[in-house]
Design a protein around this ligand. Structure first.
Ligand code: NAP
Ligand code: GLV
Length: 309
């Protein structure tokens, strides 16, 4: 009985060693050297290539090294009927909380203007409203978005949250479903996207949505590159309707060196690091979920494939 692991080469060995020490009864093997394919029962993966998982005829479980499972469902030859577990956890939530707070505050306190002024030795005193006078909207109120919205409300922002089903979070005005999207967007000066990528949310950050935001709004996308229609964002920034965009995720990762986002004065690029799962904390979550699966115990992170996230 074996487990096969696919993760970026830079961290593959670190992951393998951790998983092997946490799952001593299961042989943990790298994706490119899986041994006997018939022995592979568990696949722990990030962005498996098309057709990669169907190599294993006795696969019982797929584990996403990530909160999102879109990268697994993207495989057109994905073997059907195999449960998928996503990876969540306090560290993942904590890191995303830090990312969202840092970038919302950077925009709110106009840090790019302060830094530009320093370069010119200019004493620029900008009067900034307190957070209680600034509205931030969070799209997606799950583990990450729900936590981020709660945290922003605690800091003092006026917070709105948008989800599929209504969610009540202290200090967060709830909006649910596409019928409420326009009303949700109408006052969001800073919009944070933490949606899963599904057929309903692909391309949701588009010209139509940007037009519904107040003039001068900023967008933070820490969810998936495919949520964003890149040309629509560039047009909204270049027209001045949007003030700035902070992007952690992209259609193509790594973001190609010639991509216009890299040099755009209104875009901050971060390299998909908002909340990375590391082998120490993530490995523990993954190993515990695999052990629960083997024992037939309930698993909170088991994905509802009907919902698609
Ligand atoms: P989650 O717990 O599954 O929550 C998803 C939220 O989105 C839920 O509130 C859900 O509504 C809402 N939602 C789903 N479809 C919707 C729709 N059609 N309309 C409105 N709301 C919708 O997900 P999570 O763990 O918070 O993670 C969110 C995403 O963050 C992941 O899927 C991944 O893509 C991304 N992520 C990025 C990084 C990074 O480093 N950049 C790290 C981790 C995760 P309901 O509450 O009604 O179900
Ligand atoms: C990272 O992007 C994740 O889905 O956890």
């Amino acid at each position: 009985m074996s487990l096969v692991l696919r993760v970026g080469p830079a961290r593959a060995q670190w992951w393998l060693e951790h998983l092997q020490s946490l799952l001593p009864d299961i042989e943990c093997r790298p994706w490119d050297d899986p041994g006997d394919p018939a022995a592979v029962r568990y696949a722990v993966v990030w962005k498996p290539p098309a057709g990669g998982l169907k190599r294993f005829p006795n696969l019982e479980l797929i584990v996403s090294i990530g909160a999102g499972i879109d990268h697994v469902l993207a495989d057109p030859e994905l073997p059907q009927g195999i449960p998928i577990i996503r990876t969540t956890g306090d560290e993942l939530t904590q890191r995303m909380r830090e990312y969202v707070l840092m970038h919302v505050l950077r925009i709110h306190r106009q840090l790019p203007l302060v830094e530009a002024a320093q370069e010119k030795a200019e004493w620029l005193q900008i009067v900034i409203p307190p957070a209680t006078g600034r509205t931030v909207g969070v799209m997606g109120l799950g583990n990450l978005g729900g936590d981020a919205a709660r945290m922003l409300a605690t800091v003092g922002f006026k917070v709105r949250g948008w989800s599929r089903s209504p969610k009540l979070i202290d200090g967060v005005s709830p909006f649910a479903g596409f019928n409420a999207l326009e009303a949700f967007l109408s006052e969001c000066e800073i919009l944070v996207c933490l949606l899963p990528l599904t057929s309903e949310t692909r391309g949701i950050l588009n010209a139509d949505l940007f037009a519904k935001l107040p003039a001068g709004a900023s967008v933070i996308n820490a969810a998936r590159g495919e949520h964003l229609v890149e040309d629509d964002l560039l047009a909204a920034l270049d027209s001045g309707h949007l003030k700035s965009a902070t992007l952690d995720v992209f259609y193509e990762e790594p973001l190609p060196s010639k991509h216009p986002f890299w040099a755009h004065p209104k875009v901050l690029v971060t390299p998909h690091v908002a909340s990375m799962i590391d082998p120490e904390s993530g490995g523990k979550m993954i190993a515990a979920n695999i052990q629960r699966f083997i024992a037939g115990e309930p698993i909170a992170d088991l994905v509802d494939l009907e919902k698609g996230y």
